[in-house]
Design a protein around this ligand. Structure first.
Ligand code: 5GP
Ligand code: ZN
Length: 114
């Protein structure tokens, strides 16, 4: 997707602080963190929202969830705990329309979410 911010980050056209990368997944530190560890985990393949996940592309979602525990381990939040959040569309506050999973940790996280 030519106009997608996160596709540009994957291509290196916009700089980011990389946290993890493999064939399917890219992860980078959020520019406006809401926790001491706030990393965005995204598929290299453009998928706009969770509503566009199907049997045809869900393999990359599995790859994301394989990467998350590795990233958590590397950043020291595995044992204390962490949260993974994906906002879908306007009511949930999605602002970038390339599916992404917020990995949040390093502090006590309240529940329920706002
Ligand atoms: P959403 O609100 O769509 O769930 O999350 C989008 C996230 O992307 C936000 O937490 C926001 O801070 C982050 N973000 C937006 N633009 C950039 C950017 O250019 N670089 C990085 N690293 N994060 C960004
Ligand atoms: Zn994209």
């Amino acid at each position: 997707m030519e106009d997608c911010l996160f596709c540009k980050i994957i291509k290196g056209e916009i700089p980011s602080k990389k946290a993890y990368e493999d064939e399917y997944v890219y992860a980078f530190w959020d520019i406006a963190p809401t926790a001491p560890v706030h990393i965005l985990v995204i598929p290299k393949r453009h998928i706009a929202t969770l509503n566009e996940v199907t049997g045809e592309n869900s393999d990359v979602i599995a790859k994301i969830y394989e990467a998350i525990p590795k990233i958590a381990q590397e950043n020291g939040i595995s044992e204390d705990g962490y949260r993974v959040v994906s906002n879908c569309n306007q009511a949930a506050g999605q602002t970038v329309f390339h599916i992404h999973f917020h990995l949040l940790g390093g502090r006590e996280l309240t529940w329920p979410a706002g």
